[in-house]
Design a protein around this ligand. Structure first.
Ligand SMILES: [Zn+2]
Length: 394
């Protein structure tokens, strides 16, 4: 069988080993082939000369809101994901027991982009910026939550709680304890929004265990991961030791450059880099897309392999899909190609006005989702890098 796509001589990133090799890749029958021997390059319908470009397993934006037709904060997955190198997204609690089925029928099955979900413990999910969901464990629809998890195990990969004063009111830690009890009963990880939270950070992370996820941990709007001296709090370090994962979920207001700088200097890098994408933030400076956030962490000195790991292996490990987010012979073909622009006058700014000059900027060029081409940048065509076999045969 002829390959549908051949990518020649790319710098291919293997983040789990911290390595980058120049090699070629083919997509054939929905699967990936790594081709180190140039004599073995197959015939392909489309061919990309990828010299000096980078190839990686396609990215996964692990904190997004994509219930486009059923909430006020939903981005269309296929409009957003492929253009930023993503073949998959995780929806962070836009739906709960009352509306997950509608999300599944309208969005999950109708998107080329793979959509995973963290089911909100609150039945209505997170539908609007102005209408917080009630996260009181007394009003959980627990039987329905159990039914959904049994019916959609491939999509619902965990539970989500917004541990935010607007959702939990005066309940404090009891709301987190309730969500954690349910997640443990169901043997699922709990993803916790920790911003505008009604309890101490140390007490919050102490309730979490292996596989649970803390979101927005570089925020400085309220008490965070740093102590008065700017050191990482011991309970936060202990949580990481236990296997609690830390997801940047940067958003517009949850990524203080002062906190990022301190935390990275202390070696506290994100397990996962994600955006918290909603329509108001897409393509707006200060957020823009996943590649914007990735480029920002490069500017703060993270290595390219570590940044790529935080959008491939990291989020797939959180979804308990360790075979995904990696490039190997025979893997399902989810990959992306990007350019690393190295000389730029671009300056990142956080919402407090603190600046960070860019080092390298990631420009997404091509995305393959489950063996199909879902995005190609015009520049590949204009530069003559992208060619089709039908032209060669004329
Ligand atoms: Zn969110």
């Amino acid at each position: 069988m002829r390959a549908i796509l051949l990518i020649k001589n790319a710098n291919v990133i293997f983040p789990e080993r911290g390595e980058i090799f120049c090699t070629s890749l083919a997509v054939e029958n929905g699967r990936l082939k790594l081709l180190s021997d140039v004599k073995e390059l197959p015939e392909a319908e489309l061919c990309v000369d990828a010299s000096e470009l980078y190839a990686s397993a396609a990215f996964l934006d692990h904190h997004t809101h994509v219930f486009a037709g059923g909430s006020l904060i939903g981005v269309n997955p296929d409009v957003y994901a492929p253009q930023t190198g993503c073949s998959a997204l995780a929806d962070a609690g836009s739906t709960g027991a009352a509306n997950f089925r509608s999300f599944y029928a309208t969005t999950v099955v109708n998107s080329k982009t793979r959509v995973f979900a963290y089911l909100n413990v609150s039945s209505i999910g997170q539908l609007s910026e102005n209408f917080p969901e009630n996260a009181d464990p007394k009003v959980y629809d627990e039987a329905q939550i159990r039914d959904l998890i049994a019916a959609y195990p491939e999509v619902i990969r965990g539970l989500k709680l917004r541990f935010d004063k607007s959702c939990v009111g005066k309940l404090g830690l009891a709301a987190l304890e309730g969500a954690k009890r349910l997640a443990s009963d169901l043997k699922l990880p709990l993803v916790v929004h920790v911003a505008n939270h009604p309890a101490a950070m140390g007490d919050i992370v102490s309730l979490l265990g292996k596989g649970d996820v803390v979101c927005h941990f570089y925020q400085d709007c309220c008490e965070g991961i740093l102590d008065d001296k700017g050191n990482i709090k011991p309970q936060v370090l202990q949580a990481r030791e236990r296997g609690v994962l830390f997801d940047s979920a940067d958003g517009r207001f949850n990524n203080s450059f002062a906190v990022i700088e301190r935390a990275l200097a202390a070696g506290f890098t994100p397990d996962i880099i994600s955006t918290d994408m909603i329509p108001e933030y897409m393509y707006v400076p200060g957020m823009f897309s996943l590649c914007y956030d990735m480029s920002k962490y490069l500017a703060f000195g993270m290595s390219l392999t570590d940044v790529v790991k935080a959008v491939t292996c990291g989020p797939y490990d959180s979804l308990r899909l360790p075979e995904k987010g990696r490039l190997y012979d025979g893997a399902e073909a989810d990959l992306c190609l990007f350019e690393l622009q190295d000389k730029s006058s671009f300056i990142f700014k956080d919402f407090r006005g603190k600046q960070q000059p860019a080092r390298n900027l990631i420009r997404p060029l091509l995305t393959v989702t489950a063996g199909s081409l879902t995005y190609a940048d015009n520049s590949l065509l204009w530069s003559g890098r992208l060619t089709a076999s039908w032209q060669a045969n004329l």
